[in-house]
Design a protein around this ligand. Structure first.
Ligand code: FES
Ligand code: FES
Length: 871
């Protein structure tokens, strides 16, 4: 049925189909790309906001027919001068990270500041309540809107950072375009003749696939291809550590979780593809699932994954005699700490576009965290050489570890391969939640001892993590949990075992913090309990045990440099005692997190600087930008070395050059990528110093591949243990108000060198937001292997008005192996957070909580989200 409306000042008449949302009409029929689809049709993220007759509306929840006769304004229709002001305000305040949520928030900001020229921070937080941002913690988003309001009242915006050198707060690369919706994400891309894909997922966590019949789907009008396992020309099984994950489950095999793909459809439009996917007939023989990791380890348990026994991994650390030391300790605390499965909840659901290129290669446009891993796995899936696949990272709308594994890249590539046409496949929010790996639930039994002075004597820990149906990087997560079992403390006797188990639950894999968060929740809880026994306060207990240069980390590594934990403790000392003096419930927790994967992995930084004929310099590197600001800081390293202006550099992440570095994971991209960029930039600098101009250097390439391969595997019998290249350190304070609500969070972080202080702060603020949700409200319980909800609001991700005041203190303890002293900051921000909250809650009501999320607390009950109870 056709509808008519005014869109950005112009009359518009478009056909619609029954049930079509206004979002679909505006994006698919009118080409409005500033509206993003983060959760349609839930109406719970705000990414699709438009002004309808002057009122802000989430268009995914509005039927298209309801817009008939209305006047609609999107960012594309905002006057150029105001768009520019909005863009500059967000850039100046560092008010965006991945940017996916920002166009919706930016339009809301325009509306708010039109109606209320001088909004308070509380006004702003209330106004953006419908908007979800997973990256920023809203702190700098609110700053940006306040700045916009001031600018609209006639005040000048701050001048953009001029030099862009290391240590300056250079605005995020392409911040302005992201803000006003001019940067395309994968789902914004279109191609002539493009088809749309859809997948068929298993409804069962465990069942034998008896038969797949695609007859009805193929006959559906508009369908061009239906693919199943039989169509895969190459290796059907992929995986980052083990090939245990089939791109399609074949008849005769078992499905292992509710995210398993059985078939994929390509059709003329998205709606047709999804309708046809419903017509794929699959007969299952349902089997009892294995849902408990403890049960999965029983000798009689059915094999979850045919490629590996149910015990996925077993990490062991033994130093000294922990049992003996515990027996001799003045004080010992023991207990079980448990953490929950949570969803990454990046705002951009997975999407891929594949197209045959004129030179015969297949182009793949993705938002994955490792474009070279994507290329390798897709090439193997299609049975072609890697040189037949060109992969480009399109701006990524958040990842946090959840886009390390393949999602639908291989299926999309196969559909393009089969049809010879471009195909785009984007998951719905429900499909995304079912399909991608989550944060591991881990059960941790701890015994920790100290002497009469509160000095730690021994840590004994047993951990069991639910890795779900596929390995992903689950073994590494539990290995990392084991390695971080003692926190940033000196412990003479260590006995730690960590097991990852396969189950038929959704897979678990990488997520920001990667096992360290879980371990710190337990060890920091033990520290609080031991402090009480030893008659110390939390700060003093930690100060007495904090690692220093020359001390041994739990894995046996002697720390030789850049150990900043005591400096972070010193930075919060006065605030801690001041809060106590005021009678406030205050919790304190410390943390450390490896920078670099380590544990024996060879780690690369690879970069190419290419001088272009237009005088710009293309900056290729092997790591991905996912909102953390990598491309911006790489530019800053290049500026620092070459002295050229930041505006000349054009970062690129694609497979033009062989720059495979593995996944952007382990807080390592700045450290290793930065070193490579500095090395390449030094070569360019040498030519510039020799008197050559960029014009004369056009076409020249400057290459640098730097490798680090001196780390040692966990538990290896080596003379010198070095499990990790570097560590970031942090101390956080959680201060509650008189009602037990989180009022103030103070985070002191050793970042080595703050390459870009504003972006650095933003990483920590966003992490604290994620950590508070982890502590109090976030959960993804499953019943019979199926998540109990797919609604964003139910997942417990905090809204702007839930956020306390956050104060970040940057401490710089230079890392000699990092570029200009820098080390990772992306993950550590939430490593101590849940423990700090638990400590504050105990100070408030005397209850020591050992299970996440702490929904029974006054702090959680005060939040506007997180009402779903654990299953
Ligand atoms: S896409 Fe409309 S609110 Fe999320
Ligand atoms: S910047 Fe808000 S979701 Fe990434």
């Amino acid at each position: 049925m056709p509808i008519e409306f005014t869109l950005n000042g112009a009359p518009c008449r478009v056909p619609t189909r029954p049930g079509e949302s206004l979002l679909e009409t505006l994006r698919e029929r009118c080409g409005i790309a500033s509206l993003k689809d983060g959760c349609s049709p839930q109406g719970q993220c705000g990414c699709c906001l438009a002004l309808v007759d002057g009122h802000p509306k989430v268009t995914c929840a509005m039927p298209a027919v309801a817009a008939d006769g209305k006047t609609i304004v999107t960012l594309e229709g905002v006057a150029a001068t105001e768009r520019d002001l909005i863009a500059r305000a967000f850039a100046a305040a560092a008010g965006l990270q991945c940017g996916f949520c920002i166009p919706g928030i930016a339009l809301r900001a325009k509306h708010l500041t039109d109606k209320k020229p001088d909004p308070s921070r509380a006004d702003i937080a209330r106004a953006i309540d419908v908007h979800l941002c997973r990256c920023t913690g809203y702190v700098k988003v609110v700053d940006a809107i306040a700045l916009l309001a001031r600018a609209k009242r006639g005040e000048s915006l701050p001048e953009p950072c001029a030099d862009g050198r290391v240590g300056s707060s250079l605005a995020r690369y392409r911040a302005a375009e992201h803000t006003v919706g001019e940067r395309d994400y994968v789902d914004d891309l279109t191609r002539p003749g493009m088809l749309h894909g859809a997948v068929v997922l298993s409804p069962h966590p465990r069942a034998k696939v008896v038969r797949i019949d695609t007859t009805r789907a193929r006959a559906h009008p508009g369908v061009v291809a239906v693919a199943t396992a039989a169509d895969v020309p190459g290796e059907r099984w992929y995986g980052l550590l083990y090939r245990d994950w089939p791109g399609f489950v074949a008849p005769g095999e078992e499905v292992r979780c509710v995210g398993d793909v059985l078939a994929a459809v390509a059709a003329v439009d998205r709606h047709t593809a999804r309708a046809a996917a419903q017509l794929v007939d699959i007969e299952y023989e349902v089997l009892p699932p294995v849902l408990d990791p403890e049960a999965a380890l029983a000798p009689t348990a059915p094999l979850v994954n045919p490629r590996h026994e149910n015990r996925l991994s077993h990490s062991v650390i033994r130093r000294g005699d922990a049992d003996g030391a515990l027996a001799r300790s003045a004080h010992v605390v023991s207990g079980t700490w448990t953490t929950q499965r949570i969803e990454h909840c990046y705002l951009e659901p997975e999407s891929a576009l594949a197209e045959p290129l004129p030179d015969g290669r297949l182009g793949l446009y993705t938002q994955g965290q490792g474009v070279f891993d994507d290329r390798r796995q897709v090439a193997e899936f299609l049975g072609v050489g890697e040189d037949r696949i060109f992969v480009e990272l399109v701006p990524n709308g958040g990842a946090f570890g959840g886009k390390e594994d393949m999602s639908i890249q291989a299926q999309t590539a196969l559909l393009a391969h089969l049809t010879g046409r471009p195909v785009k496949l984007t998951l719905s929010r429900e499909e995304s939640i079912r399909l991608h790996p989550k944060r591991h639930p881990i059960t941790m039994r701890y015994s920790v001892g100290c002497d009469a002075d509160g000095r730690l004597t021994a840590v004994k820990a047993r951990m069991l993590g639910d890795s779900g149906a596929y390995a992903s990087v689950g073994s590494k997560v539990l290995e990392r949990a084991a390695g971080h079992a003692c926190g940033p403390y000196r412990v003479p006797h260590v006995d730690v075992e960590a097991i990852a188990a396969y189950t038929n639950n959704p897979p678990c894999g990488a997520m920001r913090g990667f096992g360290a968060n879980q371990a710190h929740f337990a060890i920091e809880g033990c520290m609080d309990l031991l402090a009480q026994r030893a008659g110390l306060d939390g700060w003093e207990m930690r100060w007495r045990n904090a690692l220093e240069v020359g001390d041994m980390f739990s894995t046996g590594q002697v720390l030789e440099k850049s150990v900043g934990i005591k400096r972070t403790l010193a930075a919060v000392r006065d605030r801690y005692y001041e809060a106590k003096r005021r009678g406030r419930a205050v919790g304190i927790a410390c943390g450390l997190k490896n920078s670099g994967i380590g544990n024996g992995a060879e780690e690369w930084g690879k970069a190419r600087l290419v001088v272009e004929s237009d005088g710009t310099v293309s900056l290729y590197n092997g790591y991905t930008e996912m909102g953390q600001g990598l491309l911006t800081v790489l530019i800053q390293f290049a500026v620092e070395v070459t002295g050229l202006p930041a505006t000349l550099f054009r970062p690129k992440v694609d497979s033009t050059y062989a720059l495979g570095c593995g996944q952007t994971t382990g807080s390592r991209a700045t450290m290793f990528g930065g070193r490579a960029v500095m090395t390449a930039a030094a070569k360019l600098r040498a030519d510039l110093d020799a008197g050559q101009t960029l014009t004369q250097l056009a076409g020249r390439e400057y290459a640098a591949d730097v490798v680090t391969k001196d780390t040692t595997p966990l538990g290896a019998p080596v003379a010198k243990v070095k499990t990790h290249t570097s560590f970031g350190y942090a101390t956080q304070l959680c201060i509650l108000d008189a009602q037990g609500r989180v009022e103030h969070f103070i985070a002191a972080h050793d970042v080595g060198r703050a390459v870009n202080p504003a972006l650095c702060e933003g990483q920590i603020e966003g992490s604290i937001h994620m950590g508070l949700g982890y502590a109090l409200t976030e959960d993804l319980p499953c019943v019979n292997g199926m998540p109990v909800t797919f609604k964003l609001r139910d997942l417990g991700v905090l809204r702007a008005r839930d956020m306390p005041q956050v104060e970040v203190i940057l401490v710089e303890e230079p890392e000699p192996e990092g570029p200009l002293g820098a080390k990772g900051v992306g993950e550590i921000g939430l490593v101590p957070t849940a423990a700090a909250v638990a400590g504050a809650l105990e100070a408030y009501d005397g209850v020591r909580r050992t299970t996440l999320p702490m929904k029974d607390s006054p702090a959680a009950r005060a939040m506007s989200v997180g009402r779903i109870r654990s299953a």
